[in-house]
Design a protein around this ligand. Structure first.
Ligand code: FMN
Length: 153
């Protein structure tokens, strides 16, 4: 299967999870690309309107895995801007994950996942599976491994 891991990462946490997922999916024999969403000014407090400079294409993939950080108890606005720009996702299987600093998923992660689900559904995509990684949780590694094994099965 042709899988696209499409993510936004500011300080590297989400990227590190996406890279691990890529290695796992490649081992399972899939064709995998990891693409990063980028914006012209990514400073969290810039206050400027978001201008995306890297807008990964979704059309070539059978399955897409989206990844993003939580910001201010919500989905990172750069991922939001990307999702708003996406074309119709009819027939695409979409999984998603978010990373956040706080130790529990209800501290912003679940809300961010709901936001992704809502935006993907509005584009007719089929949500398959989602996960939250709580970076300051003592069992973060288990969380990541459990999520990666779900996503790669
Ligand atoms: C401006 C800003 C706001 C943040 N807000 C939250 C938050 O509300 N809840 C949380 O758990 N983590 C929050 N974080 C932490 C990030 O979500 C967390 O470190 C994430 O793993 C970063 O992913 P990245 O390294 O891929 O950018 C915030 C980080 C920044 C820079």
């Amino acid at each position: 299967m042709k899988i696209g891991i499409i993510l936004y990462s500011y300080s590297g946490n989400t990227l590190s999870v996406g890279e691990r997922l890529k290695v796992l999916l490649l081992k399972k024999g899939h064709e995998v690309s990891l693409k990063r969403i980028k914006a012209s000014d990514e400073a969290p407090n810039s206050g400027k309107p978001i201008q995306l400079t890297e807008i990964p294409d979704t059309s070539q993939y059978d399955e897409i895995i989206l990844g993003a950080p939580v910001r201010a108890f919500s989905l990172n606005p750069i991922m939001k801007a990307y999702l708003a720009k996406l074309p119709d996702l009819q027939g695409k299987k979409i999984s998603c994950f978010v990373t956040e600093h706080f130790p529990k998923a209800w501290m912003g992660g679940n809300h961010a996942i709901k936001q992704i689900k809502r935006m993907v559904s509005a584009k007719n995509g089929n949500i398959a599976d989602c996960g939250v990684v709580n970076w300051s949780n003592a069992i973060r590694e288990e969380q990541i491994n459990e999520m990666l094994s779900r996503f790669s099965s």
